[in-house]
Design a protein around this ligand. Structure first.
Ligand SMILES: Nc1ncnc2c1ncn2[C@@H]1O[C@H](COP(=O)(O)OP(=O)(O)OP(=O)(O)O)[C@@H](O)[C@H]1O
Length: 348
């Protein structure tokens, strides 16, 4: 990756965004905390890509954020543009990713914590699927908490550099599912978290994001058996040979049910997000957990005003419209019925 040296503290981008500090660096550029000169104390995150010779990946990220815009609880695109030497996009400033929160906690996550993380991140994944994209790189480092108040307990997906649309729209505006490409695909994702299908170089669908989600949860809770390996082929060998009961040892029983459910899904299947959410919620109740429990990384339980913001409302649940038959077998929320953005199309 080419280091971005020309953007230093205090520099103004596009006459508006003042660089405060570098937040992180990734494979394709860097992310900075910036301040809006037009709005006092308004901070945002600016992702910059210096390699713009072949169009770059940032263009794709901008496109995805535009498509996500009508949806709730997603990263907002605030500005984007191109300069001589780089492209940039400005988005909602977020907090801390799950890998850092795990380190901050300094002790294992309780069942209450991991099940609430499961529900929050499932929601974030559902939102990108709702917009018609598979993310293809679900991992703790790409699940980031909000910045302030109750939002610090919400999780957002970042890094849309590897997404792929699974929906296509014809000239009459009719949407349909894109056919999975045949033959070997380029590897996209992170070996530790990716599905077996991804190792086998098959086209990834929504189900593959959910496999990464489940592996991520196991890693955060008890650790994956292949966590110390780095070579993709070695990881695959251990992934293939690990017994299910070993993978989920000391995990909530519900994870095993989610595993069995994911095994029934094909590329074209619309996952039963509501059923999976309900499964996690049933686990939270079984573990006598609550949405108000303190997370291990929090110094103390959040104040009552923040707690109110945390409890999931009926309105939130309607986002998880169940399919006709709840495949996970439980209909805990019969009132989840509101029609949703692109919902009908994505049901296929
Ligand atoms: N909206 C945001 N708010 C706060 N921090 C962010 C935001 N977006 C990204 N970051 C920080 O910048 C880092 C790099 O971001 P991102 O993963 O999008 O870049 P990338 O170049 O694609 O990285 P990678 O190669 O690691 O996948 C993140 O790990 C995170 O710490």
């Amino acid at each position: 990756m080419e280091e971005i040296k020309f953007l230093t503290e205090g520099k103004i981008v596009a006459g508006r965004w003042k660089i405060i500090k570098k937040l992180g660096e990734g494979g394709m550029g860097a992310v900075f905390k910036v301040e809006d000169k037009r709005r006092k104390n308004f901070m945002a995150a600016m992702k910059v890509e210096s390699d713009i010779s072949d169009g770059g990946v940032l263009k794709l990220e901008v496109h995805v954020l535009k498509e996500l815009a009508p949806l709730k609880n997603v990263v907002r695109l605030i500005d984007s543009g191109q300069r001589d030497k780089y492209c940039f996009m400005v988005m909602t400033m977020l907090g801390v990713d799950l890998m850092h929160l795990k380190r901050l906690a300094g002790k294992p996550f309780s069942q209450s914590t991991i099940l609430r993380i499961a529900m929050a991140t499932l929601y974030a994944i559902k939102q990108i699927h709702e917009a018609g994209f598979t993310h293809r790189d679900i991992k703790p480092g790409n699940c980031v908490s909000g910045l302030v108040g109750g939002d610090m307990r919400c999780f957002y997906l970042i890094d849309y550099g590897m997404v792929r649309a699974f929906i296509q729209t014809d000239k009459h505006g009719t949407n349909s599912l894109r056919k999975p490409r045949e033959g070997d695909q380029l590897f996209r994702g992170t070996p530790r978290y990716c599905s077996l299908n991804t190792h086998y170089r098959k086209e990834q669908g929504r189900v593959d994001d959910l496999w990464s989600w489940l592996f991520m949860l196991v890693e955060l809770h008890v650790g994956l058996p292949w966590r110390r390996l780095t070579d993709e082929r070695e990881i695959l060998k251990v992934k293939e040979s690990t017994k299910t009961e070993d993978l989920f040892r000391k995990c909530p029983n519900e994870f095993r049910n989610l595993y069995d459910y994911l095994n029934t899904l094909k590329f074209a299947s619309r996952p039963d997000y509501f059923g999976m959410w309900s499964e996690c919620f049933a686990g939270l109740k079984r573990a006598k957990g609550s949405f108000l429990d303190k997370f291990e990384w929090e110094p103390e339980a959040p104040p009552p005003d923040v707690q109110t913001a945390l409890s999931i409302s009926e309105k939130d649940l309607t986002e998880f419209k169940p399919t006709k038959r709840t495949v996970m077998g439980k209909k805990l929320y019969p009132y989840a019925s509101a029609a949703n953005f692109k919902e009908n199309i994505l049901k296929m």
